[in-house]
Ligand binder design. Structure first.
Ligand code: SAM
Length: 282
């Protein structure tokens, strides 16, 4: 039997292929082509429109770094908003913080949620049944226009700026997100792999520079987001980025988190940017 591979063609001149050891699901939701397949290296893999979304094997890096960094830096985050995150992994990581009292998750495609509950339960690990979670099926851009806000941390866990995700990379959206933050709140974003998608990071940072006193990004390497370290946009008017290491360590220890990537030292080091990335920030 010939080997089957799925090739991600997110970039014009670079692609990655993963072997399909077993195709578990392949169907269109109302918005996106949704596939899950088993891969010998990464376990179960979710793609939307043949673009890597998350994998059983390396999702912990991405979910830990987009939740623990802003929540532990903030120090008193009680209300968290997640835009996207249909697989439930981000909600899981945010809810692992006992100090977090409420997580609102706004996902545009209910099919991704229902599907992920069945095929990727190892990512949400009960998050969808947590009474602190409020799941809203809606366009995150529309939600952000009308929400009463008051969020201590807002996490944009979206697809790339193609298809339904495109609106989540606009100045208007960021402006509404800023308004939805509580005082000293923190906005963090999935901002692609700078070596491959530098323009996306520049666009987000340009908007953040007009909105926030502290606008930058931080990095983590997620193997299946190919092309080098991934950038996470960071915007806040507070001084959360300056939390001393010993304070971060105290908060991390008190949170009793089981992590595979995050440590307070990794947290601080993630903000040290190499010139090829810092040069992308206006
Ligand atoms: N970790 C992935 C990445 O970095 O590309 C993202 C994973 S998560 C599956 C992305 C989610 O964003 C999908 O479930 C998709 O349906 C959702 N999404 C895309 N556009 C959206 C929008 N405008 N509002 C809310 N959710 C959206």
């Amino acid at each position: 039997m010939s080997e089957e591979w799925i090739t991600e063609r997110l970039h014009d001149h670079y692609a990655q292929s993963l072997r399909v050891d077993e195709l578990l699901y392949d169907s269109k939701t109302e918005r996106q082509r949704l596939k899950v397949f088993q891969n010998g290296t990464f376990g179960r893999i979710l793609t939307l429109d043949d673009v890597m979304q998350t994998t059983e094997g390396d999702n912990f890096i991405y979910h830990e770094m987009l939740t623990h960094v802003p929540i532990l830096a903030h120090g008193a985050a009680k209300r968290v908003l997640i835009v996207g995150g249909g697989d439930g992994g981000m909600a899981r990581a945010a809810l692992d913080h006992a100090s977090v009292e409420h997580v609102t998750m706004v996902e545009i495609d209910g099919g991704v949620v229902e599907f992920s509950k069945e095929y990727l339960p190892m990512l949400s690990r009960g998050a969808f049944d947590d009474p602190r979670l409020e799941l809203i099926i809606a366009d995150g851009a529309e939600f952000m226009k009308t929400t009463e806000g008051g969020y201590d941390v807002i996490i944009i866990d979206s697809t790339d700026p193609i298809g339904p995700g495109e609106v989540l990379f606009t100045d208007h959206f960021y402006g509404h997100a800023k308004r939805a933050l509580a005082p000293n709140g923190i906005l963090v974003t999935q901002n692609g792999v700078p070596f491959m998608q530098g323009d996306e990071l520049t666009g987000t940072m340009r908007a953040f520079k007009t909105l926030f006193a502290d606008a930058t990004c931080y990095l983590a390497t997620v193997p299946t987001y190919a092309g080098g370290p991934m950038a996470f946009g960071w915007g806040t008017d507070g001084d959360a980025r300056d939390v001393p290491l010993d304070v971060l360590r105290g908060r991390f220890d008190a949170a009793e988190l089981d992590t595979g990537y995050y440590t307070p030292e990794v947290h601080q080091g993630a903000f040290a940017l190499p010139p090829y990335v810092s040069n992308l920030i206006p």
